[in-house]
Design a protein around this ligand. Structure first.
Ligand code: PBG
Ligand code: ZN
Length: 327
């Protein structure tokens, strides 16, 4: 037998899964996972979203049915997106109590109470005719007018039972305004997760099909962030922290692990990352073509988010992870 008489043999700690698990530096738990859902008004609806294999549009009743097995397997946090409500220039249905999200919130809370933690996305792009995340005036998104709408929308969700509101619009000052509106109306216990560092990203493509929220004209670069700017990103996140955010989010996740890591060093708040639609669909399509092993790739990504410093992972893979017992 050849023996090189090496002092250091790192492979000794890779001998089998017992020792590998003993020295593992990163741990994942279902407690970290939040699962997004698309909800629309109606009954008995479960329509597959073509751009996102495995993800459906649900009506409130079928949503309740779909969540039950997830809850049993330990997914008890969801993020709700409303689709299919009436669109108008001023996004009136975004804060209409009878739109999809408040309707679903009431049913979810009546059914599951505090066993299910429900967060809601707060943004008007699925409710505006032009598809932008705010009030449009001559090709410009008006900041403060948009923030007022977001405050109304967040309050509507809080009144319908949301545990957490999550503004995803990227207007200036919206975190402070929403916090103020909620507190004034007696909802000081409703938590706020800010999409703090949200980039103008091509990774949202499948979502915009799912939510029918693509801008009719132009892009979102006037409000979402420039992915070339890590310093500006930290500044945005610190503003949200100072305005009273409870959780800071980075979005997308996979191409932004450096940003997740940097934010984890900068704040004492929990850091969330959003593993977005484009990241999900690319992986799903590759798996359908047998180019990669789905379970292994999904879990490699989840550990990458945790290793980078994410405390909360919002992911469309959460359902597969728990139902197929990957974790
Ligand atoms: C709404 C919103 C978007 C996403 C979350 N909230 C789309 C966008 O900003 O265009 C993207 C989520 C995903 O891609 O999975 N502002
Ligand atoms: Zn939006």
């Amino acid at each position: 037998m050849t023996n090189l008489h090496l002092l250091h043999r790192p492979r000794r700690l890779r001998k089998n899964s017992i020792v590998r698990n003993m020295v593992a530096e990163t741990h994942l738990s279902k407690d970290m996972l939040m699962y997004p859902y698309f909800v629309m008004k109606g009954k008995g609806i479960q329509n597959p979203i073509a751009a996102m294999p495995g993800i459906d549009h649900f009506s409130p009743d079928t949503l309740v049915r779909d969540i039950e097995p997830l809850l049993k397997r330990g997914i008890n946090k969801i993020l709700l997106f409303g689709v299919g409500d009436t669109k108008s220039d001023m996004a009136d249905s975004a804060y209409n109590d009878n739109s999809a999200v408040p309707t679903a919130l009431r049913l979810l809370k009546a059914t599951f109470g505090n066993d299910l933690y429900v967060a809601t996305d707060v943004c008007v792009c699925a409710y505006t005719t032009h598809g932008h995340c705010g009030v449009l005036a001559h090709d410009h998104i008006l900041n403060d007018e948009s923030v007022v709408l977001l405050g109304k929308m967040a309050l509507t969700h809080a009144q319908a039972g949301a545990d957490m509101v999550a503004p995803s619009d990227m207007m200036d000052g919206r975190v402070g305004h929403i916090r103020h509106v909620l507190d004034n109306a007696g909802y000081s216990e409703t938590a706020l997760m800010a999409y703090s560092i949200k980039y103008a990203s091509a990774y949202y493509g499948p979502f915009r099909e799912a939510a029918d929220s693509a801008p009719q004209k132009g892009d979102r670069k006037g409000y979402q962030m420039d992915f070339r700017n890590p310093n500006e990103s930290m500044r945005e996140a610190m503003l949200d922290e100072n305005e009273g955010a409870d959780v800071l989010m980075v979005k997308p996740a996979l191409a932004y692990l450096d940003i997740i890591h940097q934010l984890r060093q900068q704040t004492h708040l929990p850091v969330a990352c959003y593993n977005v639609s484009g990241e999900y669909s690319m992986l799903k399509l590759a798996a359908q073509h047998q180019l990669i092993n789905e379970q292994n790739l999904v879990m490699e990504n989840m550990y990458a988010f945790a290793r980078a410093g994410a405390n909360i992972i919002i992911t469309y893979h959460a359902k597969d992870i728990v139902l197929q017992e990957w974790l």
